[in-house]
Design a binder for this molecule. Structure first.
Ligand code: FES
Ligand code: FES
Length: 170
């Protein structure tokens, strides 16, 4: 029976932003650290490191998760998308423009986590409803903005996307 220590490297193989990653890492290497330090995906920010602030949010098979609460090896065989991946496929152009328009960021530390969370929300085709949006955003903390600009930006994009869908269906 193999014996492992905390320093024994284990395989870490998954898809990151559409590209295969096949590396190894100590079993207790956090996914957030692995993404930043081993994959160069530094858009994933680390704040609290215990699942509270949401700065480290990434998509795991399309669902927002905190990458500081996962070990890297736990995403074996799965699809991880970081804010860089969202930027690459240009699926966030409207949201980024709305963030600029509504001054939805100041220091920007929380912004990647908000963008990833909102990308998943917008992908679900939501009603542009403030109450449910604020519930969705309740896991992302921002110390600068007071959230108003973030909420306004997200609602504007949700409404625009809904109008575009309705026009396409008409
Ligand atoms: Fe992961 Fe704060 S760094 S939730
Ligand atoms: Fe500074 Fe959100 S813009 S923490």
């Amino acid at each position: 029976m193999p014996r492992y220590s905390a320093d024994t490297a284990v395989p870490v193989a998954f898809t990151l932003n559409g590209r295969a990653v096949a590396e190894s890492a100590p079993p207790r290497r956090l996914l957030s650290d692995f993404l930043r330090h081993d994959c160069g995906a530094t858009g994933t920010h680390v704040g609290c490191e215990h699942g509270v602030c949401g700065a480290c949010t990434v998509l795991l098979d399309g669902e927002p998760v905190r990458s500081c609460l996962l070990f890297a090896y736990q995403v074996a065989g799965r699809q991880v998308v970081t804010v860089e991946g969202l930027a690459e496929d240009r699926g966030l152009d409207d949201l980024r423009a709305a963030f600029r328009k509504h001054h939805a960021l100041q220091c920007g530390y929380c912004t990647p986590g908000f963008l990833v969370t909102l990308a998943a929300w917008l992908e679900s085709g939501p009603e542009p409803d403030e109450t449910s949006l604020r519930e969705v955003l309740s896991g992302n903390l921002c110390r600068c903005t007071g959230y108003v600009g973030i909420v306004e930006a997200a609602l504007e994009v949700a409404a625009a996307r809904r109008a575009a869908r309705d026009a396409a269906d008409a």
